[in-house]
Design a protein around this ligand. Structure first.
Ligand code: NI
Length: 218
């Protein structure tokens, strides 16, 4: 409860109209911003709860480090489809579920899946070293590529793919340096052999649906 009483209700004079004008203008600005945000949610590339396709401005050049400590770029994977998931090895739930789903979709797809390089790009570069990725990715696919990099390199690739990530807070503060969680978007991205974005798949799609869509697209 406020203890201030200088401007308590009933003690004031009627407000002069210029203040009301400013308040109305501010309210209009707020409404415009809200309308813009809602518009983006409805019509933006992440709006669909299943999948969307098209030449949206998703993807682009990146330079990262693979699970063997080798520097790789987007050019390294030209000629193959990439099924890219952004996540982190410490993730307790969403990442393992999504990666297992992608594996299952590739299994359903059969031989056609040979054209796809399944990939995990870490959005937790402080903890996800190449060594850690090397011990993690084989659980999800024998050919899975795990990529990490400097915080700047990871920020760049995340921005190119419009991936959101941020250290989670608990009661308004971050957990300690070893045990934090990372909030992140959970789409998987299918990129073509030319490196162009083809389709993204939401976390909520099941393996059969992803496999059916892949079969259609490859
Ligand atoms: Ni996760």
């Amino acid at each position: 409860m406020s203890t201030a009483n200088a401007s308590s209700p009933g003690s004031g004079k009627p407000r002069p109209s210029p203040i009301n004008g400013v308040a109305v203008a501010a309210a209009i600005v707020v409404l415009l911003v809200v309308a813009l945000m809602v518009g983006r949610q409805w019509f933006g590339p992440d709006a669909s709860d299943d999948s969307t396709s098209g030449k949206a401005a998703i993807g682009g050049p990146f330079t990262l480090v693979d699970q063997d400590g080798q520097t790789v770029t987007d050019q390294t994977f030209l000629g193959s489809y990439m099924l890219i998931y952004f996540g982190y090895t410490y993730c307790p739930d969403v990442c393992p579920t999504s990666l297992a789903r992608n594996r299952q979709a590739m299994d359903i797809l059969g031989d056609k899946a040979d054209a796809i390089v399944p990939m995990l790009i870490s959005i937790d570069p402080e903890r996800d070293t190449p060594e850690l990725l090397k011990s993690y990715v084989p659980y999800f696919h024998p050919r899975m590529v795990g990529l990490t990099g400097s915080p700047e390199q990871v920020a760049d690739v995340a921005q190119a793919y419009k991936v959101y990530y941020a250290r989670a807070t608990e009661d308004g503060k971050e957990a300690d340096d070893e045990n934090y969680l990372v909030d992140h978007s959970s789409f998987s991205y299918l990129m073509g052999p030319d490196g162009e974005f083809i389709q993204h798949f939401s976390h909520s799609m099941d393996a059969e649906a992803v496999a059916a869509k892949l079969a259609e697209l490859l």
